[in-house]
Design a protein. Structure first.
Length: 114
């Protein structure tokens, strides 16, 4: 993505609240940084990242520091969910965590807008 985050924006947009940290720490250690990155990326940009390269490097370092993990954990995270790991599942969990209603696949999207 090539986006850079200014230091004053890091604290504002990429800080994890105590509740965020509880949410993230409930997951396996290997997926925590990826989950936190997706959570804050979605909050900042309104959509989910599709690859580790989408997350600004400064934000990765800042999130890793808050979680006490190495930044390298992000590169093992499966953003696509294709390998059976949790990338796609985490997106649904993040939406629920943020209070978005999830629509069953069988439900017509037009009925929600009414």
């Amino acid at each position: 993505m090539g986006v850079h985050v200014l230091p004053e924006e890091l604290a504002k947009a990429w800080s994890l609240s105590f509740v965020d940290i509880e949410f993230v720490n409930a997951k396996p250690v290997a997926t925590r940084l990826g989950l936190a990155a997706q959570l804050k990326f979605f909050a900042a940009y309104g959509f989910f990242a599709t690859a580790a390269a989408d997350i600004p490097g400064e934000a990765v370092d800042y999130l890793a520091e808050q979680l006490g993990v190495g930044r390298g954990q992000l590169f093992g995270y499966d953003f696509s969910g294709r390998s059976g790991r949790s990338g796609r599942h985490h997106c649904a969990e993040i939406l629920r965590y943020l209070g978005f209603p999830l629509v069953p696949r069988s439900q017509d999207f037009r009925s929600i807008a009414q």
